[in-house]
Design a protein around this ligand. Structure first.
Ligand code: GLY
Ligand code: MN
Ligand code: MN
Length: 437
């Protein structure tokens, strides 16, 4: 961690919080890290998910029952929960470059936080309901949250450093996954190869890996990892990221090299994806990049002879949505789908999705410092194809080619991209592939 960039990040957060408190009529901000949750009728905890507001300030991602108190004119106060626990490994003694930037109070019992958090004035308390302590119940004021969520889309220099590192961490893992696929490994073994090369365990991943061989590539969020290798490994679609100090990368690659038609589709999608990345420019409406994707997918469907219609008609008759049913991407950062994607401003007004595009997750105008994914896809999804077959456009589909390509599932290519104030965007993913051996 670069100390001065972290210090700048923190002063920016402090200034943003002070302004949001003043504008929403509060005197202090309390942020609960969160609590561990347990399975129903059981004593097994679910994987702890920290409050993203907490890890925005501090690179502490496994610290349930900790709190942060932010007040105008004061150093942030960190209430650090470190129980005496012989069943589990408690959080280590506080250390790190962040330490001098906080007023530290270490506690051994969750309720001991109260003594350090009760301050005069109106309190904005951000957290889940079950993080409540006696008299300190999260109220999550909407006006204040809207301001913070609006600002969070634009990353600080410190945050961009974490995200570059998160992309670099995923690269050897993607390479290992590709090698495992080429050796005929099962989805489970490809997943294991990914984990081994990233140095992550399942619990460290920013989201569950999607490791999809052949037809499984047509399931957008395919959630299993088959332990048995298929008789023939035709394609691999792997959507997998990494995490650094609470910041995520979100990367998809599709590999094949086994079929002339599918490889031509892959090459066309690669070219389209790169062109779409280049559309990430300051003041561009992200909805326009999504609509541009539909035009590019239409051109590919026509050029590859998958549907015998003009590109214009393919868009007009919504045929492209059969093959590309999701959004072109989303905000990325502390969460894989970072919050705030639908905001028109910091008041909570919404920027609507384009009609007929229910799965787009980002409708904002791009600003320098925003990080977004660009992830076009083209899939052969049986249930959507069945619906298309029943429409007038169904007769224009080259069904024998579709049947052939469906054995490969589909294509998705996803990079993480920083919008810059001028010129071409920074492609965190491609840059990482270029520098990491
Ligand atoms: N990995 C989930 C997504 O790409 O949005
Ligand atoms: Mn994504
Ligand atoms: Mn992804």
């Amino acid at each position: 961690m670069n100390d001065s960039s972290y210090a700048q990040h923190l002063s920016r957060l402090q200034a943003q919080a002070e302004s949001a408190l003043a504008r929403s009529g509060f005197d202090a901000l309390l942020i609960a890290a969160g609590i561990e949750k347990y399975a129903f009728l059981d004593d097994r905890p679910y994987l702890f998910q920290p409050n993203p507001h907490f890890k925005h300030w501090l690179p502490l991602t496994a610290h349930p029952h900790s709190w942060l108190l932010v007040r105008p004119g004061h150093k942030p106060r960190l209430v650090y929960y470190q129980p005496d626990d012989f069943w589990h490994v408690p959080p280590a003694d506080p250390s790190g470059e962040w330490l001098p930037h906080v007023e530290l109070c270490v506690i051994g019992r969750p309720e001991d936080a109260l003594a350090h958090l009760r301050v005069p004035g109106r309190l904005a308390i951000i957290g889940e309901a079950d993080a409540a302590l006696e008299g300190l119940v999260p109220n999550n004021p909407a006006a204040l949250l809207n301001m913070l969520h609006w600002q969070r889309a634009v990353k600080s220099g410190y945050e961009l450093e974490q995200m570059r590192a998160a992309s670099r961490r995923a690269v050897p893992a993607h390479r290992a996954a590709k090698a495992a696929f080429e050796a005929g490994a099962s989805e489970l073994d490809i997943h294991r190869a990914y984990l081994a090369a990233s140095g992550h365990t399942d619990r460290d991943l920013p989201y569950s890996n999607i490791v999809a061989l052949n037809e499984h590539g047509a399931v957008l969020h395919y959630q299993y990892q088959d332990p048995t290798p298929p008789a023939q490994s035709r394609s691999l679609l792997i959507d997998a990221g990494a995490q650094v100090n609470g910041y995520a990368s979100d990367i998809t690659r599709t590999w094949s090299g086994r079929d002339e038609y599918f490889d031509a589709l892959l090459a066309a999608m690669e070219a389209a994806q790169l062109a779409l990345v280049d559309e990430v420019r300051a003041s561009v409406d992200y909805r326009d990049i999504h609509l541009s994707t539909h035009r590019r997918i239409a051109a590919i469907l026509a050029e590859q002879g998958i549907v015998r219609m003009s590109a214009e008609a393919l868009v007009e008759q919504h045929v492209t949505s059969t093959f590309f049913p999701h959004g072109i991407g989303h905000l990325l950062g502390l969460q894989v789908h970072d919050i705030g994607g639908f905001m028109a401003d910091d008041s909570g007004a919404l920027a609507p999705k384009p009609e007929g595009h229910p799965y787009l997750r980002l409708t904002r105008r791009l600003e320098p410092g925003m990080v977004v994914t660009i992830e076009p896809g083209l899939y052969f999804i049986p249930t959507l194809l069945d619906k298309l077959r029943a429409t007038p456009a169904g007769s224009a589909v080259n069904w024998s080619l579709v049947e052939h390509l469906a054995r490969f599932g589909g294509v998705r290519i996803e990079d993480d991209v920083v919008c810059r104030s001028d010129g071409a965007p920074e492609n965190l993913t491609r840059d990482a592939f270029a520098v990491v051996g």
